[in-house]
Design a protein around this ligand. Structure first.
Ligand SMILES: Nc1ncnc2c1ncn2[C@@H]1O[C@H](COP(=O)(O)OP(=O)(O)O)[C@@H](O)[C@H]1O
Ligand SMILES: [Mg+2]
Length: 146
């Protein structure tokens, strides 16, 4: 089936932890046009938080850069969210996506469950990454049809 874009928004922001709340609220506000349930909004916010946190703490570790979030609504109420950084990239994507895998130093106490959380809250997740070029996380979720 051909995907038709019904609406699109693109937001760029600096990799500051205070922008996590901004990004997840923006994603929730965009999704609101589809009359999502409270559970769906919570899922979208959680998944966006995880992906944006990863861009900040892993992609731009010890540096600062720009994060681009694209929000799309496809026909049939399919929500698409991509979160892109131009940071250090992921050398082995399938390893990075394993539950409990983390490259963060122990004192940061990261769970290594970010990708697992994104996968469980969204229908589909795809990661594109190149070392020293950056990472894009694409997530999709089917919202209820009106
Ligand atoms: N945007 C990113 N840029 C670089 N590395 C990333 C990015 N997102 C995730 N990673 C890598 O994938 C690993 C797993 O991510 P995640 O499941 O969220 O666990 P955690 O963030 O707790 O380490 C991270 O430790 C990191 O090595
Ligand atoms: Mg994480």
């Amino acid at each position: 089936m051909k995907k038709i874009i019904e609406n699109e928004s693109r937001i760029c922001f600096l990799s500051l932890s205070r922008n996590e709340a901004f990004a997840r609220s923006a994603a929730a506000a965009f999704a609101a046009q589809s009359d999502p349930t409270v559970e769906q909004i919570a899922a979208i916010k959680t998944a966006v938080s995880e992906a944006v946190t990863n861009a900040i703490v892993h992609g731009y570790r010890n540096t600062r850069g720009t994060i681009e979030m694209t929000l799309r609504l496809y026909s049939e109420n399919r929500l698409y969210i991509s979160i892109k950084d131009k940071g250090r990239g992921i050398p082995d994507i399938s390893q990075a996506m394993q539950p409990m895998f983390s490259t963060a130093p122990a004192e940061e106490e990261r769970s290594g469950l970010g990708f697992t959380v994104m996968e469980s809250f969204m229908d589909k997740i795809r990661v594109i990454s190149r070392t020293d070029k950056g990472t894009t996380v694409i997530m999709e979720k089917q919202l209820d049809k009106r």
